[in-house]
Write a protein that binds this ligand. Structure first.
Ligand code: NAP
Length: 319
């Protein structure tokens, strides 16, 4: 078969022949891959910077995909960290990490949106008991996951959703996706903190794709502005687009009812994540969540790696 093959962490993958993986347990099945999303997590595995990377080369990137079994079943599946990735003509699927998609589901939309969408869907349904009527701040709302988080928070009943991001044009587009308030993160730090405090003082949940400097600024700003500091605030760490670390003054934890947690594989069980996927895929398939895939043939994977994307757009490779 052909696959996207990484031979050096300094170069994009190339379309090459690669040994076809073989199922080795009763839970595994070989599928023809139909569509694979080029997510940030895929890029970091392909350049060796993801924390699961052990430096082994050659490697095939790809963390999830839509594929079809020899019996014609359409599956969405998440690859095991230890298995070859999904950017290939064929992949081995562990049935315990797969869901069946109804016939007629658009595989490209699902491949584009499941990974970014599940980040907030799982966080709001599995990490906190989010109640309809609650309010949510999305840090990093201009990315794929952030845009979907705004929509998913609304879908799950949020009464007020605030999107925060640095790109003014992308931020502005969030109004049409349901954001009630927007906060620009670019500019003078005091002014940004003031804007965040004013817009998000009393939120119940923060969904944070940024971490780093923006979070260092936002956490005290939101807490200082709270009307009632004993009101619970769940800060859910999901991505680290702006930094891997933060410095946190100790008073922040004493001065308000703040809980900091993460959401992702490990903090939620694989079974817990899987249980959420059918309802999310239904929403993607129904078109109720705005999804904008940019399909590119797998044979052009090198070009795909450097293709710029518009707001909310996700590259999807099609073998
Ligand atoms: N834990 C999970 O379950 C899970 C699941 C999916 C994704 N994630 C993670 O979530 C993050 C976002 O994923 P995505 O799919 O939305 O990626 P994406 O579509 O590439 O979007 C990333 C966004 O981050 C913004 N950004 C980057 N650096 C920034 C900074 N210094 N300050 C402010 N904004 C900054 C970019 O803003 P500009 O538009 O201004 O460039 C862009 O809009 C990634 O870290 C990803 O690995 C986690």
């Amino acid at each position: 078969m052909h696959a996207a093959v990484v031979r050096s962490f300094d170069a994009p993958p190339r379309f090459e022949e690669f040994p076809t993986p073989q199922p080795s347990t009763a839970n595994e099945v070989l599928v023809d891959v139909i569509a694979v999303g080029l997510h940030p997590r895929v890029r970091s595995a392909a350049d060796g910077t993801h924390y699961t990377s052990d430096g082994t080369l050659p490697m095939v990137p790809g963390v999830d995909a839509v594929g079809r079994t020899a019996h014609g079943e359409l599956l969405y599946f998440v690859a095991d960290d230890d298995a070859p990735g999904t950017m290939a003509e064929q992949a081995v699927v562990d049935r315990r990490r797969a869901i069946t998609l109804p016939e007629g589901t658009d595989p490209i939309a699902v491949a584009a949106a499941m990974n970014p969408g599940m980040s907030s869907w799982v966080a709001l349904r599995r990490r906190v008991a989010f109640q309809p009527g609650g309010s949510v701040l999305v840090m990093g709302a201009t990315g794929n996951a952030g845009q979907l988080a705004v929509q998913i928070a609304k879908y799950l009943g949020a009464s007020h959703v605030i999107g925060a991001g640095r790109d003014p044009h992308r931020l502005d587009l969030l109004k049409s996706l349901g954001a009630d308030d927007l906060v620009g993160l670019d500019g003078d730090a005091d002014a940004v903190a003031e804007r965040l405090g004013r817009a998000a003082a009393d939120v119940d949940v923060v969904i944070d794709y940024l971490w780093g400097k923006p979070t260092e600024l936002a956490m005290p700003a939101v807490l200082k502005a709270r009307t009632d500091r004993s009101k619970a605030l769940n800060w859910i760490q999901i991505g680290s687009m702006a930094g891997l670390e933060i410095t946190l003054p100790s008073y922040v934890l004493r001065a308000a009812n703040l809980t900091i947690m993460g959401s992702g594989q490990g903090s939620v069980t694989a079974a817990g994540i899987l249980a959420e996927l059918p309802s999310l895929s239904e929403e993607i398939a129904s078109g109720s969540l705005a999804v904008d895939p940019l399909p590119i043939p797998l044979s052009q994977v090198e070009r795909a790696w450097s293709t710029p994307t518009g707001p909310g757009q996700r590259i999807v490779l099609t073998p």
